[in-house]
Design a protein around this ligand. Structure first.
Ligand code: URA
Length: 451
């Protein structure tokens, strides 16, 4: 194959043939195309775009660059959710056991965070003994037996994406809608799903800051997912404010358990934690579950589906399923439960208090994400080590009234100098107003076929 002529064709805005795309994906994956030529192709795609047919070919070629999970025949549909990432977004954690209890199989292959957005695997790594790296055989076995797994991609799954994404990251070609679509969907298609719900975030801490661009990406992914035989829907959600009241790896695991125990005074999470119940996380978890129930024909309407999901959560079964999933993935449940009742696992906790009473008008998710990363909770480079215990919790949300000297949030830090520095920066993350601000809907739009 003369790859140079393909780069030139794309540079001139021509359409590539399916065989040409399949060949270059295969050759790049096995090292037959040098990085500098692939980077030139990615830049040509960035400027010229890909047709829908080209994007489908690229996605399927990337999916087929490695192992595709194979599941035995079963009446339980295979489903998953993908989020484009945000601050405090721990929805996957309570959602997986809830979906398993609703009669789904959930092979949730997740990623790590880079920069300010947290990664599901990093959060799970804060659970004593929990294993996130599982071979494909074990992933399938656990999904069949337990109903859900949350783990990382094996080395043999979608290797083309790993190589292409690493190159995009250093060649200024990440924000390309066809490349993002192919990257995300190739990984989801390798899970052999029946249905997928995509949470595409917009706002100051989102990968796509404007709602218009988030909508464009969502429409491209919904169209392509359905073309590839997976019933796919997307919700556009607001990421100007952190999701929930806690952000930081361990604090988010703890909040996920609070979410699974909502309304259940008989379950073990402390009353203090229940007092900070994350209604927006719960909202999104139930919404994602409801869409998947409708998409797979397990519910006739979103209203009925929502009720089904709420009843299931209230039964306590998803909370028990969470423990079952932890045990299946090697967690030390006794150590986990001991850690769960601690108010903090960090050496220092400091409070940010308001200096005048009023309504929270703004809580800047981007700044909060940057502060947590700088406390050690996120990575500046792929090699950075993470401090799982640091983060911010008890976050006051927009629209809430805070009394004089009331707490706006707490910082969990490695030492008092870092806590002090974080508190100083956090003062600019919040805006307090005398008037209650207007409500911003969390789910702004639903994108489905025939929009
Ligand atoms: N997440 C991915 O997995 N791929 C992208 O291209 C962007 C976000």
């Amino acid at each position: 194959m003369n790859f140079l002529s393909l780069i030139e064709s794309k540079r001139e805005g021509k359409t590539l043939a399916p065989g040409q795309i399949e060949n270059f994906v295969r050759d790049f994956t096995v090292g037959k195309i040098p990085d500098y030529q692939m980077a030139a192709m990615l830049m040509a795609i960035y400027f010229r775009g890909l047709t829908t047919a080209e994007t489908i070919t690229l996605t399927l070629a990337m999916r087929d660059s490695g192992d595709v999970l194979k599941f035995p025949k079963d009446k339980r549909p295979l489903v998953d959710k993908h989020s484009t990432g945000g601050i405090g977004d721990k929805v996957s954690l309570p959602l997986a056991p809830l979906l398993a209890c609703l009669g789904f199989r959930v092979p949730m292959i997740s990623g790590r965070g880079l920069g300010i957005t947290g990664g599901t695997l990093d959060k799970l790594d804060s659970i004593p003994g929990f294993k996130t790296l599982l071979p494909a055989g074990k992933i399938v076995e656990q999904v069949q037996k337990t109903g859900c797994v949350i783990c990382g991609q094996t080395d043999r799954m979608v290797p083309a994406d790993k190589k292409i994404y690493a190159l995009r990251d250093v060649s200024g070609t990440v924000p390309s809608i066809p490349l993002i679509t192919a990257s995300i969907l190739s990984k989801k298609l390798a899970e052999s799903l029946d249905a997928l719900v995509l949470d595409v975030k917009f706002g100051c801490a989102a990968f796509m800051p404007t709602r218009a661009n988030a909508r464009k990406l969502a429409k491209a992914m919904v169209a392509l997912g359905n073309e590839c035989g997976v019933n796919t829907r997307a919700i556009l959600t607001d990421m100007n404010t952190p999701l929930g009241r806690a952000a930081g790896n361990w604090l988010e695991v703890k909040e996920s358990v609070v979410c699974l125990e909502t309304g259940r005074a008989d379950l073990p999470v402390s009353q203090a934690a229940q007092q900070f119940s994350p209604t927006d996380v719960l909202e999104l978890v139930l919404d994602c579950a409801a869409h998947l129930l409708v998409q797979t024909g397990k519910a006739k309407s979103l209203v009925a589906a929502r009720k089904q999901a709420e009843d299931c959560l209230a039964s306590g079964a998803p909370r028990r399923k969470w423990d079952e999933m932890l045990i299946a993935q090697g967690a030390d449940l006794a150590a986990f439960n001991k850690k769960l009742v601690l108010d903090t696992t960090a050496p220092v906790v400091a409070e940010l208090k308001v200096d005048k009473p009023g309504f929270v008008a703004k809580c800047d998710a981007r700044l909060i994400g940057e502060i947590i990363r700088d406390l050690g909770g996120g990575r500046l480079t792929k090699e950075s080590a993470i401090n799982y215990d640091v983060g911010i919790d008890q976050i006051a949300k927009p629209g809430e009234h805070v009394r004089n000297s009331g707490v706006l949030c707490r910082v969990h830090a490695a030492d008092s100098a870092q806590a002090k520095a974080a508190i100083a920066r956090l003062k600019t993350a919040f805006e307090i107003s005398a008037k209650r601000p207007g409500k911003t809907p969390l789910v702004a739009e639903v994108i489905q076929l025939n929009w």
